[in-house]
Design a protein around this ligand. Structure first.
Ligand code: DX5
Ligand code: ZN
Length: 218
């Protein structure tokens, strides 16, 4: 699939979300929507009704990142609503095999996210159930945080594990991804890049997406 960029609307103007997606639609592969419930993370953003509304206005596929306490209950509904990728957190899911399968049967890509301190090795048996692994490169909850270099060895190890099993699993990094850090992530084996502040903090978000892509493809 090559390099893909998924701008996070967490750093966009929440009062104008449809327009904000429009500003990156020509340049980005996905739009990343961060669902936070104030329990799994100490922040509250938006939920299913707003995602359903956004799906009607987005020209590009929606990549839903569920930072919620009960993904087993909610994740399938995001896929059924039309999100093309749904990510659940390993730390929160109680029945990840069932939930990932439900996401897939609803027609979305099933994805598993790991916080910075969660090791990948314990989730290797789940690899056949996932289309993407999201490695958090900040503690989840807020945009604009500093990239955690300590996650890079895990990015490398995850890419090796994927290669070793000959599976087609995308590897996403999320948190602090910018012109300063994206090359390190790509070099370590990431191929899908979430960027909030680096895109929506820029004067021209589409141009920011294009320059991030060029750096990752180097
Ligand atoms: C953080 C979210 C990220 C966030 C990234 O918990 O999962 O998607 O929007 O924002 P930046 O790129 O600003 O770190
Ligand atoms: Zn995210």
């Amino acid at each position: 699939m090559g390099i893909q960029i998924s701008p996070s609307i967490l750093s966009a103007d929440f009062a104008r979300l449809a327009d904000e997606i429009g500003r990156i639609s020509d340049a980005a592969d996905w739009v990343h929507v961060d669902v936070m419930d104030n329990h799994f993370v100490p922040n509250l953003t938006l939920g299913l009704p707003i995602v359903e509304a956004l799906l009607k206005h987005s020209a590009i596929p929606v990549d839903c990142h569920l930072m919620i306490e009960d993904p087993d209950r909610w994740a399938p509904a995001y896929a059924e609503a039309g999100a093309k990728s749904v990510t659940i957190h390993a730390e929160a899911a109680r029945a990840p095999v069932r939930t990932l399968r439900q996401i897939r049967s609803a027609g979305a890509r099933a994805s598993l996210a790991l916080n910075p301190a969660t090791s990948i090795e314990q989730y290797e048996d789940l690899f056949p159930e996932v289309d993407m692994i999201l490695l958090m490169t900040v503690e989840p909850g807020f945009g604009g945080q500093k990239f955690l270099d300590m996650v890079l060895p895990k990015v490398r190890r995850t890419r090796e594990l994927i290669k070793g099993r000959d599976l087609d699993i995308w590897l996403q990094v999320d948190g602090g991804v910018s012109a300063e850090t994206i090359e390190r992530c790509a070099e370590a084996g990431a191929d899908v890049f979430v960027a909030g502040n680096a895109v929506y903090g820029a004067e021209d978000p589409a141009e920011a997406v294009r320059s991030l892509r060029a750096l990752a493809e180097k």
